[in-house]
Design a protein around this ligand. Structure first.
Ligand SMILES: [Zn+2]
Length: 75
């Protein structure tokens, strides 16, 4: 069905919250009705979260390295 093509095509914007409320509602109802698209959405959403967490974890490491570098420079 064409709905699946549309839903998958806009999945990234949907996850990023870049769609209008009308489009969001359309895709939400499609995901509720279509197991295949919901699985794709679920996977992408989880992937996004993993990436987001990974990025967050890397910030303190980068900061630590910068601080260590600054301290080294002063010593
Ligand atoms: Zn579908």
């Amino acid at each position: 069905m064409d709905d699946c093509h549309d839903a998958l095509h806009e999945l990234y914007q949907y996850i990023d919250g870049e769609l209008t409320e009308g489009r969001r509602a359309d895709i939400t109802s499609h995901l509720n009705a279509c197991g295949e698209c919901f699985e794709a959405f679920d996977f992408q959403a989880e992937l996004r979260q993993v990436v987001a967490h990974k990025c967050r974890d890397e910030v303190p490491e980068a900061l630590k390295a910068r601080v260590a570098h600054l301290i080294e420079g002063e010593a």
